[in-house]
Design a protein around this ligand. Sequence first.
Ligand code: ADP
Length: 485
Amino acid sequence: LKSKLSDPSLLTDKAYVAGEWVAADDGGTFEVRNPATGDVLAHVADLGRAETARAIDAAEKAGKEWAARTAKDRAKVLRKWFDLMMEAQDDLGAILTAEMGKPLAEAKGEIAYGASFIEWFAEEAKRVYGETIPGHQPNLRLSVIKQPVGVVGSITPWNFPNAMITRKCAPALAAGCSFVGKPAGETPLSALAIAVLAERAGLPAGLFSIVPSSSSSDIGKEFCENHKVRKLTFTGSTPVGRILLAQAADQVMKCSMELGGNAPFIVFDDADLDAAVDGAIACKFRNNGQTCVCANRIYVQSGIYDAFAERFAQKVSQMKVGDGFDAETDFGPLITEKAVEKVEEHIADARSKGGDVVLGGDRHEKGGTFFQPTIITGATQDMVFAQEETFGPMAPLFKFDTEEEVLGYANDTIFGLAAYFYARDVGRITRVNEGLEYGIVGVNTGIISTEAAPFGGVKQSGLGREGSRHGIEDFLELKYTCLAI
Ligand code: ADP
């Protein structure tokens, strides 16, 4: 991998703790592998609670000075970090593809997306306005200021090794907080590369630490039990989110949770069919189906079901599975063997209940964790993917007749992150948009992510929002002051 980089110093196997590049106290390391080849890319420092506690101590100290600086001053440092990240886009993309598997163009796209949060929140830092409130007695003056919550602990997944971190650390640091991040065990190299650039951008020592670890539950416990940590921000599965929320309850810790989804993608009879097919492909197969906003259930109205299924299958069949470094590749490998088994289970379940596999359905001849893009027609609500995220390249097509019926199906889940639909009738668009119990709705588009909009879910998909002017609020506390004169 080093030979692919114009700046090999972005690649490191040391952890970044309290402003220093360190090995684990006990010298332990864990392996990071390329999911496309199985090659070992690095042996990364495997940290535990002690090192994490040191990162938290340093974050507390550095955070106080950082918060005392002007917002404009903080913004300047963040802006520099953004610039460095964009200058290193190609290298960061290559590191990301190597450890995660997504096609290089998609990886570079993620770097730009990830960096955009740093740019955005550098700007937002300057707009953390307070308020004054007319007093409730003649001699009282009421005001509200916003202050940083303090030390933030962060736990992030492997599917967006860069952007899931920047989406959290950028608003935290912009608000005046400090940050200790535990990246996913599969993808620590992208996180550490972000830290290399943080140091170069001039983030004060200790303000931003990255603590890679193979024992994520230990780090989670340190975050939840260490009284210096004031906020936990997590992106990952709903089961782990529940564990962390329960742990955080002991300290009544502020929490942001970006958890699982089970996105419905609905195509009505009056939709533009070609646009709906393209939107469904982009939405379902982005990152090989491994995003929490990927379409998990595709509902197509009976009048266009067959035409949609045919065009969808025809287009998907032309897409290429391969190594992310191959310029022709549309779909990389899945992240792990476990991920492949989950897709297989969902396909087997659908087959046993009468689903028809019209494309793919099996592991790919390339071996490893490569999987054929798969389409299943005749999907029904009793199949397991109606309730559970597949997180892989498998698209089930459900048939429905009425608007009311499909809204019922769409909302029949504990999740409420993203939903999508294609329609033209303005009355229908308004009704369905309002009826969907989701935090994000894409209408006539399958791609919704941008740093300018609030990303987050309702129901068991999470708490809080990331991005937009709302994203910084999750890292601020309100202080109301009652002044008697
Ligand atoms: P995914 O299926 O995307 O890996 P997880 O929720 O398992 O989702 O993992 C997301 C992040 O949470 C990863 O960084 C992982 O290491 C971490 N994690 C998993 N289990 C725990 C736990 N019990 N406590 C703290 N962090 C955890």
